[in-house]
Design a protein around this ligand. Sequence first.
Ligand code: SF4
Length: 432
Amino acid sequence: MEAELKEKVEQCLNCKVKPCTKGCPLENNIPAFIEKVKQDKLEEAYEILSETTVLPAICGRICPHYKQCMGKCVRGIKGQPVNIGDIEKYIGDMSIKNNYKLPNCEQERNEKIAIIGSGPAGLTCAAFLRRNGFKVTIYEKYSQLGGILRNGIPNFRLDKSILDNTIQKILDLGIETKCEMELGKNLDLNELQKEYNAIFLAIGANITKNMEIKGEELTGVYGGNELLELNNHPTYVGKKIAVVGGGNVAIDCARTINKLGAKSVTIIYRREEEQMPAEKKEIEDAKKEGVSFLFKHNITQIIGNEKVEKIECIKTELVQKEGETRKSPVEIEGSNYTIDMDYVVMALGSKTEINVVKNLGLELTQEKYVKINDKKQTSNEKVFAGGDLVGEKSTVAWAARSGREAAESIGKFLCKQLVTKIPKRPKRPKRP
Ligand code: SF4
């Protein structure tokens, strides 16, 4: 083990109450796997992680650790928290290098389950169902598995060889895959129900929300999610680009565009830096690379004759309103001004692909997410759903947990006596 990593694991106090575990959406047994790394028992560390996750090399790289496990680490109260992300990444990478196996089923079952979508929720659900002996087939609309992990996270944040290796470990459990199969095109939910005992829908929600401002229809306005997913960019060289939003999609878009040679990239965010949902490290990296930020600003209109020429911005202040837990941004009257701009990228959150979702024949929520009960079951008892499609908190780890919970519910639905060994979980925070 490298000296630097040794130093990181030695920081861990092996706290009995495991605050870090409580901060982890997957409830990974953090002190236990760190103890195994201290003893240089890496395969055992991987086994501990595998009880709750199948994505350690990915989550170790891209999770917002400071907002999750590391944000709860007692070492962080008076100094720096234990670098849990780096330790998890190391174990994940070693599992790839040394070909450690995920735990597999001890008993084969006859029930067949179709998983639609191969992002973090779909992959995790598939692995945990297979672990319990079910026959699992993953359907994916693109030619390669990975969903948002492949088509929504740029290479500089997640090297796709890591993703490929992680997926291979999951498929090695004995999972079938059918690519280039898309709901609403060449895949039909009713037909699937005849063939499978249960279905898990995890097709995500990767359509950028509109801002509903003047000029949004102009040429040169892009949705951040679509830009990352299709990786189909205009020429940015010599151009000025505004990215509106404060989450990881905004940062990923800004950094990608900056690397593609833009003259300037400016992120516009309504609140202060500390309130940005994006990971602290990603914000710092974006700054180092030359991305600019306009905090406490909003965009009120996009101006141009057919194509983007300018944007109008307005300054905001944060005001504590009655009944609200955090301050809300309020526009400061008369503070509007315009800036020359060539392209605008909207990165304001995601919504479902309504044409696909409304044709599923399932009950939807008011916000047009698929409605589920506490067992992740939709209005059709054979169909379960999770991840972004049901409007749950949108990070990779939360999506993975959603897949794991769905696997547990599907297992119990198909096989009443099934007992799973996953620990009790903390309450999921409300969507901001
Ligand atoms: Fe180790 Fe920090 Fe977790 Fe305590 S809270 S067990 S120090 S990682």
